[in-house]
Design a protein around this ligand. Sequence first.
Ligand code: D61
Ligand code: MG
Length: 454
Amino acid sequence: MFACFLGNSIIFFELRVLFVKYYKICGWARGESYFNVMDLLKSLGHPEEVFNLLWFKMRGCNGLVPKTDMNNMSNTLRTCYLYLDQTSRSFAAVIRALDGELRDAVCIFYLVLRALDTLEDSSSIPYHIKAPLLQSFHTRLYQPLWNYSESCEKDRQVLEDFSTISLEFRKLALVYRDIITDICWQMGEGMAEMLESKLFTMDDWERYCHYVAGLVGIGLSQLFAASGQEEEVIREDTELANSMGLFLQKTNIIRDYLEDQQEGREFWPKEVWGKYAKTLSEFTQRECMPAAVSCLNELVTNAMQHIPDVFTYLSHLHNPDVFTFCAIPQVMAIATLAACYNNTQVFRGVVKIRKGLAVTLMMEAKNMTAVKDIMARQTLEIAEAIKPEDPSASETHHVVKKVLRLAQSEDQDRLIVKSRWTLCASSFLVSCALIVAIVSWHYLATLKDILAWD
Ligand code: D61
Ligand code: MG
């Protein structure tokens, strides 16, 4: 009796600590932090995700150590990092984890291109004003007083206070300024060229994604080499760097179908959706769902074509911080594609990957083997969702096989076994957690009775 009393009090004590922390956590429930209790519940079937979410919250780190020392930087640079946090959910943490002068160069590169993109996305600016604005934007980098306050977009602060960003830009070494100016000029020209054109052919789609994301990959590769943190070879193969951008941009365009529809924007290529509907907006109608899903699956299959180049590009990187910076957005993208594949929710809302999975991917994507494993696991999820009657089923099977071969996980059995193992481990752990919860609850109740009785 005494032993189990002691045992239970230890469990109770442990749980009390946990609950105290839990109630602190509940601050999360009011959305005061990166995730809330709902995210914990969504990951209940994936204990490693629950563990990583709690670890992330308790230790405040998702495996990424920010290198920014906010106390030892100029006010204007601090403002720039603030704008980075405000305008980029997915890139702020990985940019802050970069080393040395490369970090500030990439931060400014991001903000300058985000400002250019905010001009492009501003539907309130008429074509005859927007096109020249985009084409001459690179010249604003050397106009200290230039700001722009006619945009009503969500990220307008980077335009309204562009003079702060351009000030920090002019403090960068010339080699970085020349790269940023050149990419900004090319992207502005490309955006202006495609402002009025509808994305008809796959070539149009590839070219648009090259201008708004491929050029980012090419510019980053030049910054990596210029900083000396990566070898010259990384800047030479622009096709690989372009694919890094296209994989991310195509994933975003596929996921954001409904959000873009609601804002009157269409980025899906007509050459594909035209096979399934007369207008792209038809996919919002329930009766068009089978056709919509077939179109979605064809676009996901197309985006996966870039994975072999992503593997080759990442395998050329030597600096661990640069590797993580490049790998994390890519593994988030394949997880997003796996969540979108064959999913009617794409046409009803925005599909997001679980926070628990996002944190786990950030913690895991540390080296090539881990990245290949993640890509293979997510690709297998797509493989398991392929319906034989899907018009793209054979192409999807083909690209899945290619990715698994390159990820050296031909022995799908090992991956399937692995995922089966995690599954039974998870249900085992979940049942343990439930038992502990029930026992502690029971204990709490008795303790209250005992105390009340006193
Ligand atoms: C390695 C690491 C990161 C990489 C990369 C390689 C290659 C390409 C990219 C990042 C860019 C990926 C873009 C995917 C998200 N799409 C957008 O942000 C669209 O705007 C594109 C034009 C502005 C690009 C701004 C940018 C983004 C990420 C960066 C960066 C610059 C600089 C350094 C590091 C990362 C999309 O915008 C969404 C929005 O308005 O919120 C759009 O308008 O289509
Ligand atoms: Mg845009």
